[in-house]
Structure formats: C-alpha cells, structure tokens
Design a protein around this ligand. Structure first.
Ligand SMILES: O=C(O)CCC(=O)C(=O)O
Ligand SMILES: [Fe+2]
Length: 195
C-alpha cells in the first residue's frame, strides 16, 4: 500500500499513475476472475442514425442507472472481488465510488475512441480511478485547446486516476495497436449522483 501517492499536476487537472498497485498475484487472480466471470456484452451505440457495435466488450455495476455514450445501463450490485478493489481505490483517492464500468479489449484491434467522461451524473470535476489488467496498452490524454498529448503505458495491476478539471479540458483514448494480440481488462470506478 502506498502511503503518499505522487499526483502529477497537468494543465487543468491532475493524474496519478501507480504501477504495481496490485501485486502480481492479486492482478493475475483478478484478471482471470474478470475475464471469465463477467457478463461481457458488445453494446451498440447509435452513430449518424445507425446502430454500430462498439469495438470492445463492456459490463457495468452500480447502485444507479447510468447513461453512457447514449446507452442506458441498469443498476446492479458489484461482485465481492470488485467491491474489495473499490475499497483499495477509495483509500488512495480519498473519496467513495458507487459504480464501475468494465471494458474488455479482446486484442489490439479493440479500442476506445477520443471522449470525455463528462456526463452530468458524474458531477463537476469527477475523480475516475482506472485499474488495468492483462496486456499493457497505451492510454493518451489530449488537451482540447492546445492539443498537447500525454501518453501513459498502463501495465497489469496498475492504477491510473484522473482528477480535477481534466474532463472539461482534455479528451482521452485507448488507441488501436497492431503490437498487442492479448486481451486487456479495465475497470473504471466512478461516483454517480442519484436522481
Ligand atoms: O480502458 C481504459 O483505460 C479507458 C477506459 C475509459 O476511458 C472509459 O471507460 O471511459
Ligand atoms: Fe473514459
């Protein structure tokens, strides 16, 4: 456990990257649990009036329903291993989370395009805690005004946190890559305000 996490201040926000947040053994165990036991679904979103399958699989646990990229995700409680991980993230972030979005990138062809996590249910300056398991992938932040880019390699068992005003000023993405053929599981813990 890290006593004093080292936040990095960036223009209009701050990030925290903790490699080895989970031990190798914890990360391996959680990866297998997530990969095999989650109700993964390939959701589609409406793009220019047409249903388009998203380039990754997803699952969702929350106390609340959540609108995400035009999808309405229904409430359902977190399984115990995820809830235990949530507690670990809360200790580092100094706030509680009540929801988690899960992403499964089957290989380097699966990706997440440029977006901001700025749904109004997340509040003004949300803290979003992201756990990576499996294949290492590049995660990129791009400033909306000056186009500055920051790249992070998110390794197996790492924690990456976005905080402050990042979701207003920056977009983020997990780009496609030909270099990766193994799956990556990602969990992003969020706090969703109820209605
Ligand atoms: O897979 C990742 O690291 C990013 C996920 C993400 O940005 C999201 O779920 O909103
Ligand atoms: Fe995101």
């Amino acid at each position: 456990m890290v006593a004093f996490p080292q936040w990095q201040n960036i223009e209009h926000g701050k990030v925290l990257y903790l490699e080895g947040f989970l031990s190798q053994q914890e990360a391996d165990k959680l990866y297998h649990f997530m990969y095999n036991k989650m109700p993964w679904r390939q959701e589609s979103i409406v793009l220019f009036g047409r249903d388009v399958l998203q380039p990754r699989l997803q699952a969702w646990f929350s106390e609340h329903a959540y609108q995400y990229s035009g999808l309405l995700l229904q409430p359902n409680p977190m399984p115990q291993p995820i809830s235990a991980l949530k507690t670990k993230c809360e200790q580092i972030c100094g706030q509680t989370f009540n929801s988690v979005l899960l992403n499964l990138y089957r290989d380097g062809q699966d990706y997440m395009g440029w977006h901001q996590d700025n749904e109004k249910e997340l509040g003004h300056s949300p803290i979003i805690a992201s756990i990576s398991l499996g294949a290492e992938r590049k995660f990129t932040l791009k400033h909306k005004d000056n186009k500055q880019k920051l790249d992070y390699k998110l390794s197996h068992g790492s924690l990456f946190v976005m905080a402050g005003e990042i979701q207003h000023y920056w977009k983020h993405a997990l780009p496609k890559t030909k270099l990766v053929s193994e799956p990556r599981v990602n969990l992003t813990f969020r706090y969703i305000k109820g209605n």
